[in-house]
Ligand binder design. Structure first.
Ligand code: PLP
Length: 516
């Protein structure tokens, strides 16, 4: 393909993408295929001779789209958003065109320096402490990682190294391996599964601590765990606190956890993968109280800030803990300006890195702080609209109030009833939602989560989502009534108490009351 043909078919592709977005509501949100659907549609081997672009292009609708779940659809409410926007896509396009691999400053200074500027911009927008900024006189700064999970893993490794180095100061002959076998880190039982996995990958104990009735990890729980573990000869070295948990968007109390970590010399990492974007709005920053104790903080603009995957930003207070921990410097990676600017290869696990700052730059400039605030606030108010509709219906209850742009709900009654509702909704395929479990009031509560994702979602879309839930609830209640008692999870219909407003975090309750 030469540049002339690229001009022509590139425009065709842009049109295709614009049409895809304009008409996305007409596509069923769920794919409609079974495992193994794709290979029979394609030859067994790659073509020997070049194929015509027209033929390849036709196969997008024929082969690919039937097997696509439309994450950008206003009917998609699963997980947390896969963010995106046209400016971000243009950033990715330019990144691919430039094609630099910016592992060091010298390999493309713009790649490193734009990343420093945009992560500083974002840090300021979110109200993070100045020590996280490159422009500050300290050793802090931001870096774009691929994912929040990769960031946690990296932080566990850096914290592990820091603790080993500290212990070696008093005992230089210490055996690293035997001491690491006594290391322990903590998170709440609501932390993302990737946190637990980081412990497995780094071969350290990762203890999940019980969250409170608001699904929040509290300082007292951590204090007790540290005390218990130290009494057993273990060495606490890392805590991952979550601001905006995956299940129900709960917030760990970092103002209680932070001072404990400081006192014990524990590395505090804050995972704000989803909710971090909301801190662009000052009214949500109360959750940041205590952030100054964190060694690292991460959030995903690829979730809720209009950037396409992958773009997860991590800020660190003292970069030396990364640079010193993993410094391997062969001759071919050296350059004359080393030490004067970051070489981001030291701040991440892979060597290669894309010019991802371009898409963040385009997004921040095209929307501005005000545009992003507006986007976040619209999603939050759409979530509240849906919550109000569900409450008004009378058959549903909320394990927690709508928080940020996430609505958690269940049918009043047994878990089985809500499980059936979820199965029915997914079988209908009009909307896409996922379930979650949380332990509340001593019981495992099954509920469903509705996350607001699409940039162009409106109240009319919320109405469609609500109607889909209602229709399924009608059907499921009829079927449930006919089930023999033994199939109703073996428990009575009144097994689950209605979780009332007293269980709601006080600040959300206040906010909601003020609105009312
Ligand atoms: N942390 C939290 C709180 C999340 O909700 C998620 C995913 O939803 C993750 C981490 C994982 O994010 P990533 O896909 O960027 O690794």
């Amino acid at each position: 393909m030469d540049s002339n043909q690229f001009r022509e078919v590139g425009k065709q592709m842009v049109d295709y993408i614009a049409d895809y977005y304009d008409n996305i509501r007409q596509r069923p949100v769920m794919h409609n295929v079974s495992p193994g659907y794709l290979p029979p549609l394609l030859p067994d081997s790659a073509p020997e001779d070049p194929e015509r672009w027209e033929d390849i292009f036709k196969d997008i609708e024929k082969v690919i789209m039937p097997g696509v779940t439309h994450w950008r659809s206003p009917r998609f409410h699963g997980y947390y958003a896969a963010g995106g926007s046209f400016p971000s896509m243009l950033g990715d396009m330019l990144c691919n065109a430039i094609g630099c691999i910016g592992f060091s400053w010298a390999t493309s200074p713009a790649c490193t320096e734009l990343e420093m500027v945009t992560t500083d911009w974002l840090g300021k927008m979110l109200g993070l402490p100045e020590h996280f900024l490159h422009s500050h006189s300290g050793l802090g700064g931001g870096v774009i990682q691929s994912t929040a999970s990769e960031t946690v893993f990296l932080c566990v490794l850096a914290a592990r190294n820091r603790m080993v180095a500290r212990m070696k100061e008093t005992d230089p002959d210490m055996n690293d391996h035997s001491v690491i076998s006594r290391f322990v880190c903590y998170s709440s039982d609501q932390a993302n599964s990737s946190v637990h996995r980081s412990g497995l990958l780094a071969e350290v104990r990762m203890r999940k601590l019980q969250s409170d009735d608001n699904f929040s990890l509290r300082g007292e729980t951590l204090r007790k765990a540290i005390k218990e573990d130290k009494a057993k000869g273990l060495i606490p070295f890392f805590v991952c606190a979550t601001l905006g948990t995956t299940g129900s968007c709960a917030f760990d109390s970092i103002k209680e956890i932070g001072p404990l970590c400081e006192k014990e010399g524990i590395w505090l990492h804050i995972d704000a993968a989803y909710a971090g974007s909301a801190f662009v709005c000052p009214e949500y920053r109360q959750h940041l109280e205590g952030v100054e104790y964190a060694e690292t903080f991460s959030t995903n603009p690829h979730k809720w800030m209009l950037c396409n995957f992958d773009l997860s930003v991590m800020w660190i207070k003292n970069r030396q803990y990364l640079v010193d921990a993993f410094n391997v410097d062969p001759i071919y990676l050296k350059h004359q300006n080393e030490g004067r600017v970051p070489d981001y290869r030291h701040w991440q696990i892979p060597l290669g890195r894309r010019f991802r700052a371009l898409k963040l730059w385009f997004v921040l400039r095209c929307y501005g702080v005000k545009g992003i605030q507006q986007y976040i606030r619209t999603h939050v108010s759409l979530a509240e609209e849906l919550e109000a509709l569900l409450v008004k219906d009378g058959r549903f209850e909320m394990p927690v109030p709508a928080t940020m742009a996430l609505v958690c709900f269940r049918l009043k009654g047994t878990n089985k009833l809500s499980e059936m509702l979820h199965d029915h909704i997914m079988a209908c395929g009009d909307i896409y939602i996922i379930p979650a479990y949380a332990r509340a009031q001593g019981k495992d509560v099954y509920f469903m989560r509705v996350a607001m994702v699409s940039e162009h979602m409106t109240s009319a879309d919320i109405e469609v989502t609500f109607r889909a839930i209602q229709r399924s609830a009608d059907r499921v209640q009829e079927r449930y009534a006919d089930l023999p008692q033994t199939e109703k999870n073996g428990v009575k219909d009144d097994y689950m108490p209605l979780i009332n407003n007293d269980a709601c975090p006080a600040d959300f309750k206040k906010q909601r009351n003020e609105k009312a």
